[in-house]
Design a protein around this ligand. Sequence first.
Ligand code: C2E
Ligand code: CA
Ligand code: CA
Ligand code: CA
Length: 271
Amino acid sequence: KAAGKGRYAIFGEHMEALLQERRLLETDLRSALNVGDQFLVLYQPVFAIDGVTIVGVEALVRWRHPEKGMIAPDRFIPIAEETGEITRLGEIVLEQACLAALLWDGLVLSVNASAIELSGPEYASMVQQTLKRTCFPAERLEIELTETALMKSDDALMTNVNALRAMGVRIALDDFGIGYSSLARLQKLPVDRLKIDKLFVDDLGADSAAEEFLATIIKLARSKGLSTTAEGMERAEQLDVLRRLGCDCLQGYLLGKPMPADAIGQLISDN
Ligand code: C2E
Ligand code: CA
Ligand code: CA
Ligand code: CA
């Protein structure tokens, strides 16, 4: 019993430390967003199914904290979503990414947006203004939205999605496969691309059930005129299967990790 109590005390202390850490990050995030220059956008190359030709880049944000160093998005995006500051962060990332990608002729720029951002009534017009200001063509921009976000089918979110598509911006369904949207439902969603979650790509080569699942998704996507991108490809044997199944694009550490603008610029010009 005493040991149980001790564990409880340790758990309590741990919780307290976590909360403290969170409050500090929250304060720092607010001031960082006022200035904006602590946010670094990295770019991960997206390849055609040949595994050689770069067809696009995905913008992935990092927070360069003055004392704590580089902070991954999974640690601060949820905070920014709770405080509503995600809207400001989204603008900073989009502007930085459009300016960088202007130099990468013809490539598609993919930018992540959270459901909170897309539920804001001003989202589509913020995108339009940013495109105008940076002279980035709408046809080269793709906004990634998670499957679970789109499933909520919030009115404001749907209005934004339709407005973006009317402007020529494409919509990708991110982390596809883990949100359990029915295949019937998928047919009605206003999207242009499915990004198949790493979870389903991981088992390829070893597991025939994983392969069957992917074959079904890719076939359906094709019949609906949607493109597919496989996420998180780490092994060469996955590439063989994805190619055989008719997947369109590939993304993963095997082919290229997220990297700074100058490094991806070099990679693109050598491609
Ligand atoms: P995501 O959009 O699903 O992005 C893919 C994540 O998987 C990235 O992590 C990427 O670095 C990682 N990844 C790519 N290939 C591989 C691989 O082969 N193996 C493994 N293990 N991982 C791989 P990252 O950069 O830490 O981003 C995490 C999540 O944070 C993103 O997941 C996205 O949901 C969110 N995020 C990143 N940038 C932004 C942003 O600007 N706005 C919003 N709203 N969310 C963002
Ligand atoms: Ca994404
Ligand atoms: Ca994803
Ligand atoms: Ca993810």
